[in-house]
Design a protein around this ligand. Structure first.
Ligand code: NAD
Ligand code: UDX
Length: 463
């Protein structure tokens, strides 16, 4: 079957960039991205591509090239489902906040709604692709809904997890390490796999397209995120030991990373990992293991999250301790709020938790982030429900100028590794601060010797 029409349900951090790249690389395929969120769709359709809802380097260019040609953003979900041969489901799968599995399991209600809607609308055979990250064996549930509530048409379910990282989404999509497609081993299943392989083959070399059974594909995504996050928790665990022993975690990371069996990537000690995926997916993995009675497996992976929570808390405690055991009434400036550089996404960012701890200690937090709005910062804090919105607003202010944000501060905390932080006039910042002027570098990005030379009391992670 030659694919000419694709639809993607969910115009978020995955659906938007992924479909934009498919559209750019496959001009013969009409790609429609749909979402219930009208504001988000309007932003994707904004004439000025600088206003698209997701900041990713290079994405605006791709959207302006393909949008209106063969890339469309719409709220008409049913029409897009009806017309498409392949339907990607790329909706959010957050951690459940209620009922059984609360705080651990993935909430699949949006997935189920999509499946029911596809079943209701589809009048011809469809390939349904799981793009969202899902618990292993979710395809079974989707299939059951589609087959039991559909109009007698045939559905093939494929698992095609997305491995892009935010901030590098465009290059990850253009040059993926691999494309993973899991499907049924039946003849129809194989045909569906081939159809999706053909789409990716427009720009991805054949040896990078891996096909497996559905369950391996679903579980590989959770496994990849668990392994990646585990590396960060492992190096962060060593960072605490480094601080006690005089070792330097950057040196340790370099030394072990040169071992080709270990590798040098993803060994950067930090204030703790954030983002919408790692914590959610590991908690989901832990929950799945527990439901199969695999308690040792569950405990093993849960430790990655426990370590990460510890690392965030340790960072705020260290600030309080170093500032003579009180930050009450002191201005502490956060440089960075996003969970990593080159994104406007703040989900699960370490900054939120560090700020929350310091507000509990009655600090005044000033924030500068090049891509995050004051509204987003306040929403993030209010979502925690530690205190009411007015109390949060009284404790936090945000600035569009970093020098202004740092003026009169007792301390600066680096929460995101934005490149521009290394370019600042640190002498000028020092001169405008309270003395002694402290810097807590939660990302180990600044030049320690230079800052100490200026007069700062500089503390990094793991040294
Ligand atoms: P997101 O919250 O940015 O986007 C999801 C979108 O789906 C939202 O705009 C929401 O309005 C829409 N939606 C929900 N239900 C809908 C429905 N029934 N009909 C139409 N639209 C609906 O989420 P995201 O970050 O893009 O993540 C999506 C999935 O991809 C998740 O399962 C996530 O785990 C996975 N994933 C995310 C990343 C990442 O870096 N963000 C990377 C790989 C995989
Ligand atoms: C992650 C996975 O990398 C990606 O493959 C998956 O599809 C989605 O989840 P993402 O969360 O967007 O991507 O970014 P990532 O680069 O993995 O960073 C996650 C967090 O870990 C960030 O807070 C980052 O700052 C932190 N991190 C990363 C470290 O603290 N140290 C490192 O060495 C690497």
């Amino acid at each position: 079957m030659e694919i000419t029409k694709i639809c993607c349900i969910g115009a978020g951090y995955v659906g938007g960039p992924t479909m934009a790249v498919i559209a750019q690389k496959c001009p013969h395929i009409q790609v429609t991205v749909v979402d219930l969120n009208e504001e988000r769709i309007a932003a994707w359709n904004d004439k000025d591509t600088a206003n698209i809802p997701i900041y990713e380097p290079g994405l605006d260019k791709i959207v302006s090239e393909a949008r209106g040609r063969n890339l469309f953003f719409s709220t008409d979900v049913e029409k897009a489902i009806d017309e498409a041969q392949i339907i990607f489901i790329s909706v959010n799968t957050p951690t459940k906040t209620y009922g059984k599995g609360k705080g651990m399991a993935a909430d699949l209600k949006y997935i189920e709604l999509c499946a029911r809607q596809i079943a209701r609308v589809a009048k011809d055979n469809k390939i349904v692709v799981e793009k969202s990250t899902l618990p292993v064996r979710t395809a079974e549930a989707i299939k059951s809904i589609l087959d039991n509530t559909g109009n007698g048409v045939q559905f093939q379910i494929l698992s095609n997890p997305e491995f892009l990282a935010e901030g590098t989404a465009v290059s990850d999509l253009l040059q993926p390490d691999r494309i993973l497609i899991g499907g049924d081993t039946t003849a129809e299943g194989k045909k569906a796999i081939e159809a999706l392989v053909a789409v990716y083959s427009n720009w991805v070399p054949a040896d990078k397209i891996l096909t497996t059974n559905v369950w391996s594909s679903e579980l590989s995504k959770l496994t990849a995120n668990a392994f990646l996050a585990q590396r960060i928790s492992s190096i962060n665990a060593m960072s605490e030991l480094c601080e006690k022993t005089g070792a330097d975690v950057n040196e340790v990371a370099k030394a072990i990373g040169m071992d080709s069996r270990i590798g040098s990537k993803f060994l950067k000690a930090s204030v703790g990992f954030g983002g919408s995926c790692f914590q959610k997916d590991i908690l989901n993995l832990v929950y799945i293991a527990k439901t199969y009675g695999l308690h040792e497996v569950a405990d093993y992976w849960e430790q990655v999250i426990i370590m990460n929570d510890h690392q965030k808390r340790r960072f705020s405690s260290r600030i309080v301790q170093t500032l003579y055991n009180t930050v009450s009434g002191k201005k502490i400036t956060f440089l960075g709020w996003a969970f990593k550089k080159d994104t406007n996404d703040t989900r699960e960012s370490a900054a939120i938790y560090v700020a929350d701890d310091l507000i509990n200690e009655h600090a005044n937090i000033a924030v500068y982030d090049p891509k995050v709005s004051n509204k987003k910062i306040m929403d993030d804090l209010n979502y925690l429900e530690t205190r009411n919105a007015e109390q949060n607003a009284n404790s936090v202010s945000s600035f569009s100028d970093p020098y202004e944000a740092c003026q009169n501060a007792h301390a600066i905390a680096i929460l995101t590794e934005w490149d521009e932080f290394t370019q600042y006039d640190w002498q000028k910042i020092y001169d405008s601060m309270q003395k002694p002027a402290f810097i807590f570098d939660g990302r180990n990005v600044l030049n320690a010797a230079e800052l100490r030379g200026i007069g700062f009391v500089y503390q990094a992670i793991g040294s």
